[in-house]
Design a protein around this ligand. Structure first.
Ligand code: GDP
Ligand code: IMO
Ligand code: MG
Length: 433
């Protein structure tokens, strides 16, 4: 089957970008299918580091077509700046390397302002969003007021009227309910008009058709998930989630594809857990605990989009089992194993306890999550520096025991092990594509 979906199985930032860069080498198309510039995917190639937010993580491969599907909320300013930056650094040399669906939703300044105003007002009840306007942009789409990428290329009067129709209500909310400054519609109009020329070459009028043809011709298509399973709008730790469907199933609706044979799914997980923003995190190591501090420091756990410190904790196996089930994942990539070298003892959550009752499945309701305690199994760590390991046989036995335990518990093969941010620090145990 020529399609592979790569999804985050935790709360995002698992290292999806690094793997997409590697897997892109053998693919024809790489598709971002949901989310927006809340994503930050880091690519490190021969000492050069790039973080992409909207453009798929295949920019180091000039033969690959990067696609942004209709399920994405398109921060026009962010996209314009990202393309400019990528071009300056020698990527996207040919316009035909990038295609953007005409039906992607436009995310504009007023969406960002509304997102930020809500978070500010919520005080203690913040979600901890990235402030990139994701929630408000998906609301616009659901309310059928949103402008689509195709609308950007309408005549001026039509575009301006559509902007007024979409945003007068939002402006009222920002000014009168949130008592904040709202950017003028005229200003947004002038700004986005200036992006037309740069963005026009990337228009794709029917991406669903293009992709279905590509798959029929056995072209290799990689679907690049953003965020992670536990941030899914319907199946994540609601309301501390993002506003899109982050699961592998999101590909079907966002791209308009009905696969006759389901694609393979690669679930990406760190060898521990992190989360940015608020919400339940049952295996969190408190910030002042030594293990939490080591994971944060050694893993350089800072958000790639907002720079916020990531909360750190132990691997949560019931949560991973839940993610594997929701995505029908067939393989696991275990990332950042090198970071665990800095610890003496590694813990893995195998079940939870609510008062005296033991539960083995991930709790889908978080109303009383303060009463849920993780039950751990402990593993000794290792002294070796894993970042120099290039073959599985060279991993210390203690690290192999950890990996084998995870694989056996999850009933899924660990097909990729990552021991550093660069391409060469990746042990690919099975060709997935
Ligand atoms: P994404 O959002 O899933 O693409 O992940 P991010 O790019 O937000 O965060 C992953 C971070 O971990 C990036 O800084 C990567 O360069 C880095 N990284 C990826 N794999 C490894 C690894 O195996 N070891 C270490 N130490 N860092 C890694
Ligand atoms: P990548 O693709 C980690 C989190 C935010 C917040 C919640 C809602 O790099 O893995 P939003 O701005 O989407 O409304 O915020 O989701 N979040 C992410 N956390 N990685 C991401 O993307 C994220 N995108 C959103 O921190 O908790
Ligand atoms: Mg990220």
């Amino acid at each position: 089957m020529p399609a592979l979906i790569v999804i985050g199985s935790q709360w995002g930032d698992e290292g999806k970008g690094k793997l997409i860069d590697i897997l892109s080498a053998g693919s024809d198309f790489v598709v971002r299918y949901q989310g927006g510039a809340n994503a930050g995917h880091t690519l490190k190639v021969e000492g050069e580091q790039i973080i992409v937010h909207l453009v798929p993580s295949a920019v180091f491969h000039s033969q690959v077509k990067c696609l942004i599907s209709g399920g994405v909320v398109l921060d026009l300013e962010g996209l314009y700046e990202e393309i400019k930056y990528l071009k300056q650094s020698g990527k996207l040399k040919n316009d035909n390397q990038l295609l953007i669906s005409d039906s992607a939703t436009l995310l504009l300044d007023l969406h960002k302002q509304l997102d930020q105003a809500r978070e500010k007002r919520a005080e203690k009840n913040k979600i901890g969003t990235t402030g990139k306007g994701i929630g408000p942009a998906y609301e616009s789409r659901a309310s059928r007021k949103a402008l689509l990428f195709s609308d950007l290329f309408e005549e001026d009067t039509i575009l301006l009227n559509k902007l007024k129709d979409q945003f007068q209500e939002t402006q009222y909310l920002i000014k009168h309910f949130y008592k904040s400054e709202a950017i003028s519609i005229q200003k947004i109009f002038e700004k986005i008009k200036s992006y037309r020329e740069t963005l026009k070459p990337y228009r794709s009028s029917d991406m669903s058709f293009l992709l279905s043809q590509a798959l029929e011709q056995n072209k290799k298509v990689l679907f690049e998930g953003a965020q992670g399973t536990l941030l899914d709008l319907y199946h994540g730790t609601y309301p501390y989630v993002t506003s899109s469907s982050t699961l592998a199933g999101g590909v079907f609706s966002s791209c308009g594809l009905g696969f006759s044979t389901p694609p393979k799914v690669l679930a990406v997980s760190k060898a521990y857990s992190t989360r940015v923003g608020k919400g339940p995190f049952l295996t969190e190591c408190l910030e002042n605990s030594s293990s939490g501090q080591i994971l944060q420091k050694e893993g350089q756990e800072f958000g790639a989009t907002t720079g916020r410190k990531r909360r750190c904790g132990w691997l949560d196996l019931p949560a991973l089992k839940y993610a594997i089930r929701l995505n029908s994942a067939s393989s696991l990539a275990l990332m950042k194993l090198d970071v665990l070298s800095a610890l003496k003892e590694i813990k893995v959550c195998v079940a939870y306890k609510i008062e005296s009752k033991v539960i083995e499945s991930f709790p889908v309701s978080f109303k009383n999550f303060n009463k849920i305690k993780a039950i751990y199994k402990s593993f000794p760590s290792w002294d070796e520096d894993l970042s120099v390991v290039r073959a599985k046989k060279d991993l210390p036995q203690t690290a192999l025991n950890y990996i084998n335990f995870i694989s056996a518990e999850l009933k899924i093969p660990v097909d990729i092990i990552s021991v550093g941010p660069s391409r060469s620090q990746t042990l690919i145990l099975k060709e997935l594509f």
